[in-house]
Design a protein around this ligand. Structure first.
Ligand code: ZN
Length: 545
């Protein structure tokens, strides 16, 4: 099924000057942190009976997914005040001031760095940058919202109508970006239960007012796998730009998913369901798979699907209904009266564009051209900026001779990735224990034949565990490769003596038996013998026998 073309809906974000500033009628319309684009609209004329009739005619449904991602920006201070954003290990309510506490009479000031990071992101996502932008108030009562409203952007976001390319099963696809806008994070509620069994909640305001960028994707995704690819690509772009740590587990990268089904070939969605509470890429994938299946099942049974917000329950592997979904007018958006509209000069925007760093796709193509890497390897190596940096820093260690790029790539995607998975750490964590210089030293020792490949792998594991150098570990444990003919010959004679059948088979023309005998010698020397030398000497001995 070819994906739907990216909708170019000019009226979704009409220029406020064309409509008159201050008119706050929802257009299109944004629903707070969500967008109800035209694709999502269920025509009022489409009754339940009609839906059921359609279902009976067409039992094949396609899945429609649109993702909304919130990313905390890596600015030093908060969005509208001077409080530090470095609150991760700070005691509760210590990074606060009257502005982020929402005291009456205070005035917000826009953080320029946050605007620049958002525009950088919008440019990297191929968005059009609005010349005229402004902030709006999104009103809703909740204990984590200090002012009773959130300063966000509803009508004139910084960037709009962009796209992001993803690749699934070797097929490239452009996924539309509806808009990229800026808002502020809310406080954190910490839930407790007293010894007497009473539950209560505490508020930590440190997070309140931290710059939060929202990237609203178009409903162009057709499967949980496409959603996963989209999120991974987006995270990678934010990390390359250096605008966010984009760490889902730590909460600096959060994803809400809108998911619906519709009969194949129809434009009408059965019901728009929003899924929340997913704290990892895996959780997003599982939640979307579950939800698509749940909706199909209900539709097939002729049951009604309702527009609602559902929460993912990780340990049960299901989504549960939380509330009926809000509409844009529920938030009573209106222009933020304490902030003047922000006009972005074209010169300034072009200045930001000229400073954009190399992005994942460009870096991948450069690695292929510069180091003759296979595109598959280059794709994996550049999917995280930290991994690509590690790779290129390893190559820099080779000064006089050309660096063995393919071999280093193999080590990073093989043994290094295996250790990272086993220890559940990322490249930054690995690099803290094993520097590119130390890894290259190990590879040089292995290439010179001082340690066998098998030994080098085990040494790498120990380098990670102990933070010791390759030389120290090899010396302390006597792991150096045996390249001394006499010592190897002794083991060869033993192998020949103990494996008469294999020797007889070899002589009868079964060349496979040589491999078996080499294996016996390698085992006897605990993998330390030089395999090339063992092969050569063994063949010679067998000829002499
Ligand atoms: Zn503050």
């Amino acid at each position: 099924m070819p994906h739907a073309p990216i909708k170019e809906s000019k009226e979704r974000f009409p220029h406020p000057l064309e409509r008159g500033i201050g008119v706050s009628t929802p257009v299109g319309g944004r629903v707070g942190n969500r967008t109800i684009s035209k694709n999502w609209t269920i025509p009022p004329s489409l009754s339940v009976i009609t839906i059921i009739a359609i279902l009976k005619l067409a039992m094949n449904y396609e899945t429609i997914i649109g993702l909304e991602v919130h990313a905390q920006l890596l600015t030093k201070s908060k969005m509208f005040c001077r409080c530090s954003t470095d609150y991760a290990s700070a005691p509760p309510n210590t990074h606060v001031c009257p502005v982020c506490l929402g005291m009456p009479g205070v005035l917000p000031t826009i953080n320029q760095q946050a605007v620049e990071y958002t525009v950088m992101t919008a440019l990297a996502l191929n968005c059009t940058i609005s010349e005229y932008t402004r902030f709006d108030r999104k009103n809703y009562p909740y204990p984590d919202l200090m002012k009773g409203y959130q300063i966000s952007q509803s009508y004139a976001p910084f960037g709009h109508h962009g796209w992001l390319s993803i690749e699934t099963n070797g097929q490239k696809k452009k996924v539309g970006i509806d808009n990229v806008h800026l808002e502020e994070d809310v406080a954190k509620l910490v839930h407790h239960t007293s010894p007497g069994g009473e539950s209560y909640s505490l508020v930590d305001v440190n997070r309140s007012g931290v710059p939060l960028m929202e990237i609203v994707g178009e409903p162009d995704l057709r499967s949980p796998e496409e959603a996963r690819q989209y999120l991974m690509r987006l995270r990678s772009i934010l990390q390359y730009l250096g605008v966010s740590s984009a760490n889902m587990e730590e909460g600096s990268f959060r994803c809400d998913a809108n998911i619906s089904i519709r009969p194949q070939g129809s434009d009408d969605l059965l019901a728009k369901v929003e899924v929340k509470n997913m704290n990892s890429f895996k959780a997003v994938y599982r939640a979307l798979e579950y939800e698509a299946e749940r909706q199909r099942k209900r539709a097939a049974e002729g049951k009604k699907l309702v527009q609602e917000t559902r929460g993912w329950v990780e340990d049960r592997g299901i989504t549960v209904a939380q509330r009926s979904k809000e509409y844009a007018h529920d938030y009573r958006y209106f222009p933020e009266p304490d902030l003047a509209p922000l006009v972005l000069s074209r010169n300034w925007v072009e200045g930001v564009r000229s400073k954009l760093p190399e992005l994942p796709e460009a870096r991948r193509d450069r690695l292929v051209a510069e180091y003759k890497l296979p595109i598959y390897d280059a794709n994996l190596l550049t999917s995280s900026k930290a991994m690509a940096d590690y790779f290129e820093d390893c190559l820099k260690q080779y000064k006089a001779e050309p660096a063995p790029a393919k071999e280093i790539g193999n080590w990073l995607l093989g043994e290094v990735s295996r250790i990272m998975n086993a220890k559940n750490i990322d490249t930054v964590g690995f690099r803290e224990k094993v520097s590119p210089e130390q890894l290259v030293r190990l590879l040089v020792l292995s290439k010179k034949g001082e340690v066998s490949t098998a030994t080098a792998k085990s040494v790498l594991g120990q380098m990670f565990d102990t933070a010791k150098s390759a030389d120290d570990i090899i010396k302390a444990q006597g792991l150096g490769q045996i390249s001394d003919n006499e010592a190897i010959e002794k083991e060869i004679m033993a192998a020949i003596r103990d494996n008469a059948q294999a020797v007889a088979d070899y002589k009868a023309g079964k060349k496979q038996s040589l491999k078996f005998l080499v294996g016996q010698v390698m085992r006897a020397t605990r993998g330390r013998a030089n395999p090339g030398l063992v092969n050569e000497l063994l063949e010679k001995k067998l000829e002499e026998e």
